[in-house]
Ligand binder design. Structure first.
Ligand code: SF4
Length: 337
């Protein structure tokens, strides 16, 4: 339901606190630049498999510039340009793109690619792998699809050597073939606290399980969750800006809720509801890694129209991560007249 009632409805002095860091991460920034550069170099249409990042505002903006978002590669005419989303794709999708004669540019976040490489290496070494992630999320599909046989029609966890778990209850049900050669990886955008409980259950059941060298949950997810945790302590309402299908935005809302604070996720300012704000003194605002700052500004303006006063921005970790663009895109000559 969209909010249209702007009448002041809060306490006489309601402040806004802004989490830091918030919004775009380096992987999202890079993915958007890749689509924009492809449009600039080759002209529209540029096909993008899945939403390049999970944010409606970003996707609508790119669509307006000539990007065409598709679910399946067979929707794309042969010889066209396709971009794989920041969430990554399976090996089967890459092979299909090649077989269909598509010119592919890869916007997979390098931190997702890092997990893909780990998974492929470990399978080659004969290890079985448990992935901690959300069933059906494109990143999970892409990572699970890095192993031999993943695209077979009758593929099973036993046949591919990759098992997906989401909760400690899933771990209790798990039956691997060889616990002595077992490893785990995680989706990059999980709740750190939830992932920790699943990892604990895995380690209790399989004491020799091999952990990733460095954390798979990415720096941006960690920093944004830490920032919301810190902010939520002093707030009585938290608003997270993010689209409903954004995993890391959903996790931010849950992090705030776990601090005992009422928390909502909104795609943009028009979704704010007056009823949420009644009697609130301090409203915390943050944004998922795929939500642009312009939406944060609009939410703040709307809250102020509704009666909020000062905005205080919290201090936070300074992020300086920048990812290079794919070499084949940077090197590609422009085809535009
Ligand atoms: S949230 Fe993390 S893994 Fe996902 S695109 Fe951003 S930096 Fe990469």
């Amino acid at each position: 339901m969209r909010m249209t009632d702007n009448k002041p409805s809060m306490q006489a002095s309601t402040d806004i606190v802004l989490a830091n860091p918030r919004g775009f991460c380096a992987g999202v920034d890079r993915a958007i630049i890749i689509v924009e550069q492809a449009l600039e170099k080759f002209g529209a249409p540029i096909y993008v498999r899945n939403e390049v990042v999970h944010n409606k505002f970003v996707v609508d903006g790119l669509r307006a510039k000539g990007a065409v978002f598709v679910k399946h590669l067979d929707e794309i005419p042969t010889g066209s340009t396709v971009i794989f989303s920041a969430h990554g794709v399976s090996k089967a999708v890459r092979a299909e793109a090649e077989a269909r004669g598509l010119i592919a540019f890869d916007a997979t976040c390098p931190l997702v690619t890092k997990v893909h490489i780990e998974v492929a290496k470990m399978r080659l070494a004969g290890m079985e792998i448990v992935m901690i992630g959300h069933k059906g999320h494109p990143e999970v599909e892409g990572t699970m699809g890095q192993v031999e046989g993943a695209d077979d029609e009758d593929a099973t966890a036993e046949s591919t050597g990759m098992y997906l778990v989401e909760t400690p209850a899933d771990v209790a049900q798990l039956n691997v073939k060889n616990p002595a050669k077992l490893a785990f990886v995680t989706q990059t955008t999980l709740s750190m606290d939830d992932a920790a409980t699943v990892i604990e259950a895995l380690k209790a059941k399989y004491p020799n399980i091999h952990a990733p060298k460095s954390e798979d949950i990415c720096y941006a997810t960690q920093n944004r969750q830490d920032a919301v945790k810190l902010m939520a302590k002093d707030c009585d309402l938290v608003i997270i800006i993010g689209s409903p299908n954004s995993s890391n935005s959903n996790r931010l809302r849950e992090v705030a809720e776990k601090q005992g604070v009422e928390a909502y996720m909104v795609d943009n300012a028009s979704y704010l509801q007056a009823a949420w704000l009644l009697g609130k003194k301090k409203i915390g605002v943050s944004a998922g890694a795929s939500a642009p700052e312009v939406l944060v500004k609009e939410v703040i303006s709307q809250l102020q129209r509704m009666g909020a006063n000062d905005v205080q921005e919290l201090q936070g970790v300074i992020e300086s991560v920048v990812f290079q663009l794919p070499k084949n895109l940077s090197a590609a000559p422009s085809k535009k007249a």
